[in-house]
Design a protein around this ligand. Structure first.
Ligand code: PRP
Ligand code: URA
Length: 206
C-alpha cells in the first residue's frame, strides 16, 4: 500500500527541492521540512494513551504518544531526513542501515547495521529520500524483519511505479508514504524527473 501526500505545502517544497539550482544548504533545509510533513501523515495511526492534565482552569482529558518509535535512515541519503522526523518525534530511537547501489548492477550492497533492541516491539520508520528500483528499501525491510520488526512503514520523498511495485510485492504489509510518484526510471535507474542524486545534493559531494 502507498500514499502520495498532495498537500500544497509539500508540493511547493517539492518544486523547490527538485530545482537543479537549489544548493546543498537549501536542499537540506527542504528535505527536513518535507520529511516533517510526510511523517506527520505517516504517523497518524500511532498508539496513544489517555492522560488527565490539569489546565489553569480545569482537568482536561488528553492523549499522549505511547508507541516506541524506531527511525531507520538508510545511509547515506536517509540521514538527510533524520532531523525532520526527530523534530516531530524527539524521543524516537535511531537505527542505521548502510546500503549503497552498486553503480553497475544497481543492486543494493549492505555495509553497516546498528539497530536498537526495541526494533522488535516498536514501529520502525524507514527513511530514504529516493525509492527508485526499490532494491535498497526492500533489502532494508528484509533486515528489519530478520531483526524481529513487526510494524514497518517507509517514508520517501520521491518514488516511481517500478519501485513501488517491487517493494509492495516483497512486503505487502508495509505502507509507503511519499511526496511524489514520478513517471519512471531512466536507463541508469534514476527517477525521472526525480531530483537527481539525493546523497550528492544533500552533502555537496558533486
Ligand atoms: C540512493 C538512495 C537510495 C537508493 C535508491 O542511495 O538514497 O538508498 O539509491 O535506489 P534503489 O531504490 O534503486 O535501491 P545511493 O546508493 O546513491 O547511496 P548514498 O545514499 O550513499 O548516496
Ligand atoms: N538514487 C538517487 O539519489 N536518485 C535516484 O533518482 C535514484 C537513486
Amino acid at each position: 500500500m502507498h500514499e502520495e501526500i498532495t498537500h500544497p505545502f509539500v508540493q511547493h517544497k517539492l518544486a523547490l527541492i527538485r530545482n537543479k539550482e537549489t544548493g546543498h544548504k537549501k536542499f537540506r533545509e527542504l528535505a527536513t521540512e518535507i520529511t516533517m510533513f510526510l511523517c506527520y501523515e505517516a504517523l497518524k495511526e500511532i498508539k496513544v494513551e489517555k492522560v488527565t492534565v490539569q489546565t489553569p482552569i480545569a482537568e482536561a482529558a488528553c492523549h499522549v504518544i505511547a508507541e516506541d518509535l524506531v527511525v531507520v535512515p538508510i545511509l547515506r541519503a536517509g540521514v538527510g531526513m533524520l532531523e525532520g522526523i526527530l523534530d516531530l518525534a524527539p524521543t524516537a530511537r535511531v537505527g542505521f542501515l548502510g546500503m549503497y547501489r552498486d553503480e553497475t548492477t544497481k543492486q543494493p550492497v549492505a555495509y553497516y547495521q546498528k539497530l536498537p533492541e526495541q526494533t522488535k516491539d516498536g514501529l520502525c520508520i524507514v527513511i530514504d529520500p529516493m525509492l527508485a528500483t526499490g532494491g535498497s528499501t526492500a533489502a532494508a525491510i528484509d533486515v528489519l524483519k530478520a531483526a524481529g520488526a513487526r510494524k514497518i512503514v517507509v517514508v520517501c520523498i520521491v518514488t516511481c511505479p517500478e519501485g513501488l511495485q517491487t517493494v509492495e510485492a516483497a512486503h505487502p504489509d508495509v505502507t509507503i508514504y511519499t511526496a511524489s510518484i514520478d513517471e519512471r526510471l531512466d536507463d541508469h535507474k534514476y527517477i525521472v524527473p526525480g531530483l537527481g542524486d539525493a546523497g550528492d545534493r544533500l552533502f555537496g559531494t558533486r
